[in-house]
Structures are given as structure tokens and as C-alpha cells.
Design a protein around this ligand. Structure first.
Ligand code: UD1
Ligand code: UDP
Length: 360
């Protein structure tokens, strides 16, 4: 059985690591990296740390407008598909790499298995929403992380091809989280060899969404709020908005914010576990805050992961100084029995679903 997996962006490498570990000997995986993320610390570091098989193809396609990137990817992925003749395509999430692969496959009558299907924000202004909807509607099998995703798929008449398998990011958090060494944990307290924060005495910020970083105004408000807190903020900056973040911090004298390069997954998880609280616009990071029982504020217009937004655990905030500060103060209550992201074995269920698609 030949599976063609297409990945391209940081969170997809983590999910591919989970599933690749669960593949059985009779399953041959052809791994295609579109090249969407390409810096060492946005790409290679994940393959190295998480022992992901080396990609069989790297298409080297990144940057440009959404349409241009997606179109170039479709063309190149189609060529690989024609050559490899896979039994099934496996894609994750909602990036341009995801939708490009799904569209190329469906036109070649290759069944598509979409992991992390069914999430909806309710607005086509969000570029990832467009990718999610298109991918779900052309897929053969929709594997969801949560019940709310199943409910969205039911509303769109897609329930008959949907299955709730749980969240591979939860699998990753449990599996790789338990392997982090003390040395790796301590590495988070040092930058350039200098000790700068102590565990539980810093905030962890990630902010890279087009919606928050396209204008200086929103990013400035977010950084101003973080700078005013009672402990430093560690902010590994996505290359999309690195220059702007550095300039805003310098111009405004935001010395309580420590800007770093993007970090690897193991360091990111260590930051999650070590932080007082988390502020983010990342879909992945807000779930990891939830898994770790850390209070999270998500700076975004829409709810991405409704299951996390209970009991003050993850509050939605506008990119606004007062709103962020107030939401950070809201206490959270943790119910230990509330586990909406599955049992940490979604990888095995995804592999089972792939076999069923091919054997049908
Ligand atoms: C993409 C996904 C988003 C996801 C994010 C994960 C889409 C539409 N969006 O957004 O859902 O949350 O990945 O991190 O696919 N860049 C570099 N080096 C890199 C990677 C990117 O310099 O290693 C630059 C690119 O050249 C581009 C910009 O960053 O100009 C944005 O990258 P892009 O992949 O288009 O979108 P993301 O913001 O990463
Ligand atoms: N992450 C990382 N290094 C960083 C920032 C984030 O490894 O510098 C991890 C984070 O812990 C989570 C994933 O990247 O596992 C989330 O990816 P991202 O925020 O890029 O995308 P999204 O989840 O929003 O699609």
C-alpha cells in the first residue's frame, strides 16, 4: 500500500511525525515536502528532533501570494502523483500545501484522507478557512480532532465520511513531551549563553497570523500589553513578521520582551510547560497550553478551538492592550476529567482509516 503524504508547514511536520511512527511494514510512505517552510528552524529542526523520515521530494515552493503559491504547488504535486501512483493521499490541517495537494489528487481520482478536518471559523476572510472548506469537500475521508469539528461537518452534509480520531498534536505532546531531557528544559532559560528567565517566571508568546501582523498597529498593541506584564515574555518570532517585531520592540523600548528565532518543537513544549501563562494566535499552541493546564489568551477574531474555551482556560482577546491584560487576569478552572482531544492514540486510528480507504 502506497501512501503519499504532503506536508509543508511547521505544524504539519509534528503531525506527520506522529503518524509516521504508527505506519506498519506493509505501508510505504512517500513523503513530499512542498518547501512552504524552509528555514532550518522552521523545517529541518523538526525532522531531526522528531525523527521524521527524510522527505522523498522537496518541491522548494514558498512565498508569493496565496494563489501563486497554491498553483505552483498543485502543478509540482501532480507531477509527483503521476510518477508515484499512490493509493491514497494523506494531508494535514489547513495550509496552502494542504489544499494544493488535495485538489491535485481529486482530479487524478486519488482518494484523499484529511486529518484535522472540520474546523470552521465562519469567515472566508481567513485564508486557512478557505483551505479547510475546499479540502474537506474534495476528501474521501475526514478525520477530526474534536466533536465540534464533527458537528460542523454534519451541518455541511459531510458526516457520512467523517470520523472522530482525536488530535495528533495531543499524541505528540504526550509522546515527545515525556522524552524531553533536563538539559533541553533548561535550555529555555538561556539565550546566547546568558541566563535570562527562571521557570514559571515568564510568559510565552507566539504571534504570526496574517490577521494580527499585517499592520503595525495590532502587533504593537499586543507587544505593548506583553511588555507591561510582571515577568518577561519570550517571543520566538515567525519569519513572516520578524523584522516588524524587532523594529516595534526597538522603537518602543519594549525591554521586557525577549525576541528569539523560532525554536524547535521540544523547546516550544518546554516553554509551554515552563510558562506562567501563554498568549498566542496559533492553533497548535493554544491546544498545547490546554494540554499543559496553562492559562491561555488567544488573540484572534474568531474561535478556532472551542473545546479549549471553557472555564477561563483559553479566552479570546482582541489585539488590544486592555483586552489582553484583562483576559490574562481571568482565573481558569481545570476539570481533570475533561479531555476533548482524544486519548493520545489518534496516530493509530489515522493509520487504520488509511488502510480502510485503500482496502475498500
Ligand atoms: C502558514 C499557514 C498557517 C499556519 C502557519 C504555521 C497558510 C495559508 N497558512 O502561514 O495556517 O499557521 O503556516 O506556521 O498556508 N517564511 C520564511 N521562512 C520560512 C517560512 C516562511 O521566510 O521558513 C516567510 C515566507 O517566505 C513568507 C512568509 O514567511 O513570505 C509567510 O509564510 P507562509 O508559509 O506563506 O505563511 P505562514 O504565515 O507561515
Ligand atoms: N512551535 C515551535 N516553535 C516555535 C513556535 C511554535 O515548535 O518557535 C510549535 C508549537 O509548539 C506548536 C506548533 O509549532 O506545536 C504550532 O505551529 P504554528 O503556530 O506555526 O501553526 P498553527 O498551529 O497556528 O497552524
Amino acid at each position: 500500500m502506497k501512501i503519499l503524504t504532503v506536508v509543508g508547514a511547521r505544524p504539519q511536520f509534528i503531525k506527520a511525525a506522529v503518524v509516521s511512527r504508527c505506519l506498519s511494514d506493509d505501508m510505504q510512505q512517500i513523503l513530499v515536502h512542498t518547501g512552504q517552510h524552509y528555514d532550518y528552524n522552521m523545517s529541518d529542526i523538526f525532522f531531526e528532533e522528531l525523527n521524521i523520515p527524510k522527505p522523498d521530494y522537496n518541491l522548494g515552493i514558498s512565498g508569493g501570494s496565496h494563489g501563486k503559491m497554491t498553483g505552483r504547488m498543485m502543478e509540482a504535486i501532480e507531477e509527483v502523483m503521476l510518477k508515484e501512483q499512490p493509493d491514497v493521499l494523506l494531508v494535514y490541517g489547513d495550509t496552502n500545501s494542504t489544499v494544493a495537494a488535495a485538489l491535485a489528487a481529486v482530479k487524478l481520482h486519488i482518494p484523499v484522507c484529511h486529518v484535522e478536518a472540520g474546523n470552521r471559523l465562519g469567515t472566508l476572510d481567513n485564508p486557512e478557512e478557505v483551505n479547510r472548506i475546499c479540502t474537506d469537500h474534495v476528501s474521501t475521508k475526514l478525520l477530526t480532532c474534536t466533536q465540534s469539528a464533527m458537528d460542523f461537518l454534519a451541518k455541511e452534509g459531510l458526516l457520512d465520511k467523517a470520523e472522530l480520531v482525536g488530535d495528533p498534536m495531543y499524541d505528540a505532546f504526550l509522546y515527545y513531551g515525556s522524552q524531553i531531557t533536563d538539559e533541553q528544559k533548561n535550555a529555555i532559560t538561556r539565550v546566547d549563553g546568558k541566563e535570562f528567565v527562571r521557570p514559571q517566571e515568564f510568559y510565552y508568546l507566539t504571534c504570526h497570523r496574517q490577521e494580527n501582523t499585517d499592520t503595525d498597529e495590532k502587533l504593537t498593541a499586543i507587544l505593548k500589553a506583553m511588555n507591561s506584564l510582571d515577568a518577561p515574555t519570550i517571543y520566538p518570532v515567525h519569519p513572516r513578521n520578524k523584522d516588524r517585531a524587532v523594529a516595534i520592540c526597538n522603537e518602543n523600548g519594549f525591554e521586557n520582551i525577549i525576541l528569539t528565532q523560532p525554536v524547535g518543537y521540544l523547546t516550544s513544549i518546554s516553554l509551554v510547560n515552563g510558562a506562567k501563562k501563554i498568549v498566542t494566535d496559533s492553533g497548535g499552541l493554544q491546544r498545547e497550553a490546554f494540554f499543559a493546564g496553562k492559562k491561555c489568551v488567544t488573540v484572534f477574531d474568531c474561535v478556532i478551538w472551542p473545546e479549549t474555551m471553557v472555564d477561563g482556560r483559553n479566552d479570546l482577546s482582541k489585539p488590544d492592550f486592555d483586552d489582553i491584560i484583562n483576559k490574562l487576569k481571568t482565573p481558569q478552572v481545570i476539570s481533570p476529567d475533561y479531555k476533548p482531544f482524544g486519548d493520545g492514540h489518534s496516530g493509530e486510528k489515522i493509520v487504520k482509516a488509511l488502510k480502510e480507504i485503500v482496502l475498500k
